[in-house]
Design a protein around this ligand. Structure first.
Ligand code: UDP
Length: 239
């Protein structure tokens, strides 16, 4: 069954906002549980999964800076927000019996492991879901870039970007009725047309390392499994 998977080892990027569910702020545990069930299912199908979760549901550096905070200081707060989300996902995954480890790019030894690449590899070999927190640990970056970097470091077959829509469109489908979805699109086209899928730094890292990005909807039941088996609706960003 495992060898039917199109992608065996993947990094799943969830935005912080995805964790809000129907809310306007913070962490909605039933929504986290829904993601955890999808991850558990994918793991049972034989996939090796690691996670990067954003922090936008709690705090974003640019928002703090817009209100007068020093940007680097605000970004530190954003990174702390991603740790909260990581701990929430760890808890709900472990409630389902999925073994996990949280590794943070900022050391917080009492609550999670520091990021150690080779140790993260070992966790994944043992079937643990590794949740990478605090992005890359530096201000002026985002968790999209963190996700790209970790996907490369963990030798992932793909970076899966879970969103509210089922792929990348030629224009915003909410604003433009003629917008159509790409089945496949080149990294370069995403960059040249400045299509807002992921940060350009994340897209260019993936391009330079030739790892596909699959953009898919988190809303549909079974969508993560569909991506892993190479079926269902999504957009693959590739060479
Ligand atoms: N952040 C950072 N460095 C990183 C990753 C994240 O400074 O490597 C900060 C930044 O302020 C960002 C916040 O953490 O706004 C939350 O991450 P992000 O905006 O990527 O979350 P998402 O949009 O995915 O919810």
């Amino acid at each position: 069954e495992t060898n039917k998977l199109k992608y065996r080892r993947v990094l799943l990027k969830l935005s912080g906002e995805a964790l809000m569910g129907g809310g306007q702020f913070g962490i909605d545990i039933p929504t986290c549980e829904q993601f955890a069930r999808a991850i558990a299912e994918a793991r049972e199908a034989g996939a090796e999964i690691c996670l990067v979760i954003g922090g936008g549901n709690i705090f974003r550096g640019v928002a703090g800076a817009a209100k007068g905070m020093e940007r680097a200081q605000a970004d530190s707060m954003g990174m702390l927000a991603t740790v909260m989300n990581a701990l929430a996902m760890q808890s709900v995954l472990e409630n389902l019996g999925v073994p996990t480890r949280v590794q943070s790019a900022l050391n917080m030894d009492a609550i999670c492991e520091p990021y150690i690449r080779r140790r993260a590899h070992r966790h994944m070999e043992k079937g643990r879901v590794v949740i990478f927190a605090a992005g890359i640990g530096n201000p002026f970056f985002t968790t999209d870039t963190g996700a790209a970097l970790r996907a490369i470091e963990m030798n992932c077959d793909a970076l899966l970007k879970g969103t509210q829509v089922d792929g990348v469109y030629t224009a915003d489908p909410k604003l433009d009725a003629t917008a159509t979805r790409y089945h496949q699109v080149a990294y370069q086209e995403i960059l040249a047309k400045d299509l807002k899928v992921m940060d350009s730094s994340a897209v260019s890292l993936m391009r330079d390392n030739n790892i596909p990005i699959v953009v898919f909807s988190l809303k549909e039941e079974g969508s993560l499994l569909n991506v892993l088996y190479g079926r269902g609706t999504s957009t693959t960003i590739t060479k």
